[in-house]
Design a protein. Structure first.
Length: 115
């Protein structure tokens, strides 16, 4: 099954930044709209941001203005730049087709925002 691989998570202090990467080794991402999703403990998975094949973007309320989704088709990678991180951004972050994931979900990358 088609699957994407996430990376770039880590531990960061409130107000800090991280850049997540989403890539695929066996197919081209530029044929798909790609979304970033996150799941915090005890919560359902939620959409965070999405980018279409033409580069149009949209964001969930609460991250708009702080997060930026982008794609580099030459590198077959979709990024999520996260600035001004807050403790409530702590979650496992996943990428998949947007706005609804249809690929097999990967392992995600853990983002922890804590002092």
């Amino acid at each position: 099954q088609l699957q994407l691989v996430e990376s770039g998570g880590g531990l960061v202090q409130p107000g800090g930044s991280l850049r997540l990467s989403c890539t695929a080794s066996e197919f081209a991402l530029d044929n798909y709209a790609i979304g970033w999703f996150r799941q915090a403990p005890g919560n359902e998975r939620e959409g965070v941001a999405c980018i279409t094949t033409s580069g149009a973007t949209n964001y969930a309320r609460g991250v708009e203005g702080r997060f930026t989704i982008s794609r580099d088709n030459a590198k077959n990678t979709v990024y999520l730049q996260m600035n001004s991180l807050k403790p409530e951004d702590t979650a496992v972050y996943y990428c998949n087709t947007g706005p609804v994931g249809v690929f097999q979900w990967g392992q995600g990358t853990q983002v922890t925002v804590s002092s």
